[in-house]
Design a binder for this molecule. Structure first.
Ligand SMILES: Nc1ncnc2c1ncn2[C@@H]1O[C@H](COP(=O)(O)OP(=O)(O)OP(=O)(O)O)[C@@H](O)[C@H]1O
Length: 680
């Protein structure tokens, strides 16, 4: 018995980190000692004392690893799921199971395979406590009677148990492989479909939805949905099977002890879930704070030039530090909460073990239970505890997964009011490029009560240049947006060559008929060549170079060491304003559009750049219908028609000379010193 005591002590020394399982083993060991003492006073020699550690050691380690794995999972779960809860604050759409089915259908075989393997692994898990009990019974009997061949008796059950471990490992790997394949493929399909669906939406949709939120649906929401999907299927299936199976085992081992467990366990799981939800709320708040800090950093780094231009580095650093300190404080409180929770749950779980051993010990004393049965009972009840805890976590995960999925699906089924394509096309040969705005009234969908254009009428004859000038916010750019059919007017018709543009194919209209050059051209982060080719993907290198020459861009492009392969940087940051503008002109010209819209195309440039760009524009406008939206009156003096716009209406129209001689609004816009002497 001295050796037994030493071995028992050794257990606690060898596995101090694994408190709970070593306690179980220690208690069982103690009970076995007592049984030995009660049944025999003979001095027991234990030549296999160390060997027993090798049998129970891995058992303890396996249990502990699972337990610790669970703890780690709980923490990861708490941290990972907050983003989703943040998003849950936005409007919650309904989850559509039919859409999910469409994504899952192609992966059905893999999914069914994963379900079958996960179920098999769970069934095997239920067998393990029973087989461990058998092993302990052999040990206890040998200690009591010290007869028979210990190794021979142990070999069979131990090998069976090893085989079971091996099979369970195989099944587990199998279902994880299949499930991760299903999860990744479903997520990839969702991403592609959602991105496609977002790009199909009309411009009004993007006015109403923040880009960050849309990107989050593509990334965070799909990621969350995928994790929940995988977790709920794998762990959910395993936990439910194990809970049911282990309860049956518990009942078969000892109905009395099971009765006690049935009363206590749900109370503890309920209390755990309550505290868990409080901690999750704390964690969500802490995560919100982390997002705020990230937002500050994001804004400062994204606008680093402005920050530097105003020498605001110090202030931005202080702002960021303040937000980070706050999030640090909140996360520390969260850490303390988790620590107290885990400490308390350790105590409670140990008390349960103690209580079970206490009650089980009395049953053993009355010969109603063997040490092996008590061991099986303890291990099975631990499995039930873990399974119930993971079911409560999974439930929260499932709710979050469903709301993420609903947010992803929301835009999959939303149809744009202006389709991307479909409708008539006018053959290139007969297209003249005449545009008529007839009685247009228009309000932006995001501000329906504020009409921007009121009974607006304008004719742009083929191959003529019409310029619109006027006060800021008067509706000039809105006219261009309506011609591009980014929006449809509330009433009135816009005609192209006498045909309502609503009957024409929008992708043909934007892709081939209209070339749009804006004040701040946006370039993509690729080469000059690719940026120009964006206007016509099938264009040859020679066509790209031709367009660049027309846009007065060829010379500066070939001046770069990498020529047309020069990378323009994020949003064209490595190019000057004039260079960016000329690349944008080449991009618009490469499609040889019949209509050109120049929305203040030179207003952001200095005098020299303006001159070069204006030259390019003058060349580009020859033979096309041109709509110029202008602030700088110097650039529109040669326009065939100049319209002065105010408050959504055209108040004056005529040539430069006509309008100046009229001495009205247009003449007021021209600074005195710049008027021709005849009109001053
Ligand atoms: N996407 C939008 N959603 C809602 N309102 C908008 C939108 N774009 C512009 N507006 C509003 O429509 C009005 C006209 O804007 P618009 O850009 O057409 O004016 P503009 O004459 O081109 O002005 P500027 O010369 O300053 O560019 C403004 O009051 C503006 O606030």
């Amino acid at each position: 018995s001295a050796t037994l005591r030493k071995t028992s002590h050794l257990f606690h020394v060898l596995f101090p980190a694994y408190i709970l399982p070593s306690n179980i083993a220690g208690h069982i060991w103690g009970l076995a000692q007592r049984t030995v003492r009660q049944s025999s006073c003979r001095k027991i020699r234990l030549p296999w004392g160390g060997g027993l550690q090798f049998i129970l050691g891995p058992l303890v380690l396996t249990l502990s690893a699972r337990l610790l794995g669970n703890v780690a999972y709980c923490q990861a779960d708490v941290n990972n799921n907050i983003l989703l809860e943040l998003q849950a604050k936005e409007t919650e759409p309904e989850f559509d199971w039919n859409i999910l089915w469409e994504f899952v259908k192609p992966q059905l075989f893999s999914l069914l395979g994963a379900v079958v393997l996960a179920f098999g692994a769970a069934i095997l898990n239920i067998q393990i406590p029973l087989m461990l009990g058998n092993l302990v019974n052999i040990v206890a009997r040998y200690m009591r009677e010290h007869t028979g061949d210990y190794m021979r008796e142990m070999r069979g059950p131990a090998l069976k148990l090893l085989g079971l471990y091996g099979l369970q490992g195989l099944l587990t790997s199998g279902y994880i492989i299949l499930l991760s394949r299903v999860g990744e493929r479903v997520a990839a399909d969702m991403r592609k479909t959602l991105f496609q669906s977002l790009l199909r939406q009309d411009v009004a949709f993007f006015d109403a939805n923040r880009t960050g939120m849309l990107v989050n649906r593509l990334t965070g929401d799909i990621q969350e949905f995928k994790s929940s999907f995988k977790l709920v299927i794998s762990q959910g299936l395993r936990s439910v099977t194990q809970t049911v199976g282990c309860f049956v085992s518990l009942y078969l081992i000892s109905p009395k002890l099971t009765g006690m467990t049935v009363v206590i366990l749900p109370c503890l799981v309920g209390a755990g879930a309550l505290i868990g939800s409080f901690l999750r709320r704390l964690s969500r708040l802490a995560q919100e704070q982390v997002s705020k800090a990230t937002g500050v950093a994001d804004e400062a780094l994204g606008n680093v030039r402005t920050v530097k231009a105003f020498a605001m580095e110090e202030r931005e650093m202080q702002l960021y530090a303040w937000e980070v300190d706050k999030s640090c404080e909140m996360n520390e409180s969260l850490g303390s909460g988790i620590a107290v929770f885990q400490g308390m749950s350790n105590i409670v779980l140990n008390c349960i073990v103690l209580g079970t051993i206490f009650a089980g010990g009395s049953l053993m004393a009355g010969d109603e239970m063997s040490p092996g049965e008590l061991m099986s009972f303890l291990v099975a009840s631990q499995t039930v505890q873990r399974s119930l805890a993971s079911i409560s976590i999974l439930f929260g995960q499932m709710v979050r997964g469903l709301s993420s999925g609903a947010r992803v699906f929301e835009y999959l089924s939303s149809e744009p009011s202006i389709p991307l394509s479909g409708g008539g096309r006018i053959p290139a040969k007969s297209l003249t490029g005449r545009v008529d705005f007839m009685n247009i009234t228009f309000s932006y969908p995001t501000r329906p009560g504020q009409p921007i254009l009121k009974n607006f009428n304008l004719i742009i004859p083929p191959c003529k240049t019409v310029a619109i000038v006027g006060e800021s916010g008067g509706g000039k750019s809105t006219v261009a947006s309506l011609l591009e059919r980014f929006y449809d007017p509330s009433s009135g018709v816009i005609m192209l060559d006498g045909l309502d543009i609503r009957t024409l194919d929008p992708s043909w209209l934007r892709g081939q008929v209209i070339g749009f050059i804006s004040q701040e051209p946006v370039l993509f982060c690729s080469s000059v060549m690719e940026n120009i080719r964006f206007g016509k993907p099938e264009a040859t290198d020679a066509e790209v170079i031709h367009a660049a020459k027309q846009a007065n861009a060829h010379r500066f492009i070939t001046g770069f060491p990498d020529g047309y392969n020069t990378l323009v940087g994020e949003r064209g940051v490595t190019m000057s304003g004039g260079q960016k503008q000329r690349i944008a002109i080449a991009r618009a010209l490469i499609k040889n559009p019949s209509i050109l819209i120049l929305d203040e195309a030179t207003s952001a440039l200095d005098a020299e750049s303006e001159r070069v760009v204006q030259e390019a524009l003058d060349k580009a406008t020859i033979g096309r219908t041109v709509l110029i939206i202008a602030h700088r009156l110097s650039t529109i003096q040669r326009a065939d028609l100049i319209c002065v716009m105010s408050n959504g209406r055209i108040l004056e129209a005529g040539t430069h000379i006509e309008l100046l001689s009229k001495g009205g609004l247009y003449a007021d816009l021209i600074p005195q010193g710049c008027r021709p002497t005849a009109f001053v």
